[in-house]
Design a protein around this ligand. Structure first.
Ligand SMILES: Cc1cc2nc3c(=O)[nH]c(=O)nc-3n(C[C@H](O)[C@H](O)[C@H](O)COP(=O)(O)OP(=O)(O)OC[C@H]3O[C@@H](n4cnc5c(N)ncnc54)[C@H](O)[C@@H]3O)c2cc1C
Length: 442
């Protein structure tokens, strides 16, 4: 079942030409389109299904610097600022609130890791606080658990996944971006190694520049053009409760569950670190690169071979731009939630919070996360095709950094001074023989 999502209108006519074509209208694609329009570029934004209908409406809604891989902290900081500005500039409520992120623990080794992270982060102006047991209790008096400490970043926040991408896409349209939903990009035509046009199911758009922000589909799309992009699909489950009393206004992680207060007065809830990798042929090809992260997360990750493997085999031979492509076969990737994870999540929530003992599940959903081997995204030009910028592989934490990622992709397209150093996000790191660090490395 899909989670709730605001709907917006599309443009009827595909333009014959655009300065930039953005493929994919999740949070990253809509932010890239918006920023490109702010820079005065004409933009066509293509979405095979509905704006925000895949990961960008299925996530927990956390917008955090806390605990991030050190490479991502500058982008996370820039994004939080951009969330605030976008809410003012677009005149739309994106549900963005600086309500803080809090993690709590009973494990002294975990607390020691957080202390090291907070010391490092302080050096780059992120003011996270390591909390004692008493300080945790003062923040969340309503829990039955005896936490030994926590990590708190008051400047972090949350935004509303059902509202954010559609509202930013609508604002982009007001700046002149044309939006085409139900319009898959079948592929890119090139001339002398440069982007020349994007072929869609509704016609062709001449262009010199493309941003590929296709989330879980990006690797398949790239593969058709001879551009290897190692992304593994991790299926996750989350659910929303019906409105319930407030126990914490922001996002809160315990060793068991992660909860986030929603604008509708409920919580988005998930079990921490649980997922299923639906193996594809390319995961086997890139297994060595993924191995350190899979090993580190093996307790929560299940591996299986099913339909995605067979689909991967079928489409790995490529497709014609004149016929139906995989993107038209599946308008919205809507994996089923795991009922066991929903039941366990609800039981943990009720047990930990007497005020939530009556909480009920309102909706449950699944989502497919596009993960790189080091869990850092690729926001980068590629050597195989001049004019193409990739913005993909957000590895389960791209909603919070969506605004910064969209801005960085737009900067790269326009050759402008980048909002943050793009080096950590370079495509070449995946192949240059660099030893990729495991996910979340300090
Ligand atoms: C359960 C879950 C919890 C998460 N929690 C958080 C969190 O709390 N905080 C956080 O920061 N991140 C979180 N994430 C991750 C976050 O949701 C993603 O990293 C982010 O939404 C990625 O945005 P995107 O725009 O790259 O991709 P998507 O939102 O997946 O958008 C890609 C779009 O491209 C379209 N598309 C693909 N191919 C084509 C094509 N050929 N033609 C046209 N359109 C195409 C797709 O239809 C899709 O709409 C979570 C993810 C999940 C699943």
């Amino acid at each position: 079942m899909s989670p709730p999502l605001d709907r917006i209108s599309s443009d009827d006519r595909l333009p014959e030409a655009a300065d930039v074509v953005v493929i994919g209208a999740g949070i990253v694609g809509v932010c890239a389109a918006y920023e490109l329009a702010c820079k005065g570029r004409s933009v066509a934004l293509l979405e095979k299904g509905l704006v925000g209908a895949e990961q960008s409406s299925r996530n927990w809604g956390w917008c955090r610097q806390q605990g991030r891989d050190r490479h991502e902290i500058p982008l996370a900081r820039a994004s939080l600022q951009r969330w605030e500005e976008l809410q003012a500039e677009t005149g739309s409520d994106l549900g963005f609130r600086r309500t803080g992120v809090l993690w709590v623990t009973k494990d002294s080794a975990e607390l020691a890791t957080w202390t090291r992270w907070a010391e490092f982060a302080r050096g780059i102006q992120v003011h996270s606080q390591v909390l004692s047991a008493t300080e945790v209790r003062a923040l969340i008096p309503g829990t039955t658990e005896a936490w030994i400490g926590g990590l708190h970043t008051p400047s972090d926040g949350r935004a509303e996944p059902s509202m954010a991408a559609p509202a930013i896409a609508a604002a982009a349209r007001r700046l002149g971006v044309t939006l085409h939903q139900g319009c898959a990009a079948r592929g890119i035509e090139t001339k002398a190694g440069r982007v020349d046009a994007v072929v869609t199911e509704k016609g062709r758009i001449r262009t010199q520049a493309v941003v590929l922000a296709g989330g879980a589909w990006s690797s398949l799309f790239c593969g058709r053009h001879g551009i290897p992009l190692p992304l593994a699909m991790v299926k996750a489950t989350a659910f929303a409760t019906a409105p319930a009393p407030e126990v914490w206004a922001g996002a809160l992680g315990t060793p068991g569950t992660c909860i986030r207060r929603r604008e509708d007065g409920g919580y988005t809830v998930a079990l921490r670190g649980q997922g299923t990798v639906d193996l594809t042929p390319q995961d086997l090809r890139f297994a060595r690169a993924f191995w350190p992260t899979w090993k580190q997360r093996r307790r929560g990750l299940k591996m299986r071979i099913g339909k995605p493997f067979l689909d991967g085999l079928r489409w790995s031979r490529g497709w014609s731009f004149d016929a139906v492509t995989p993107f038209e076969e599946m308008r919205v990737l809507d994996p089923a939630p795991d009922p066991d994870l929903v039941a366990r999540g609800l039981a943990e929530l009720r047990a930990a919070w007497p005020n939530l003992a009556e909480a009920e599940v309102a909706h449950a959903w699944g989502g497919s996360i596009d993960s790189t081997p080091d869990a850092v995204p690729v926001i980068s030009a590629v050597p195989q095709m001049a004019g193409l910028v990739l913005a993909a592989g957000f590895s389960g934490h791209g909603f919070g950094i969506g605004p910064g990622a969209g801005r960085l992709a737009a900067d790269l397209v326009c050759g402008d001074a980048p909002v943050v150093d793009p080096h950590p996000y370079r495509y070449a790191r995946l192949f240059a023989g660099d030893r990729l660090a495991p996910a979340g490395a300090l």
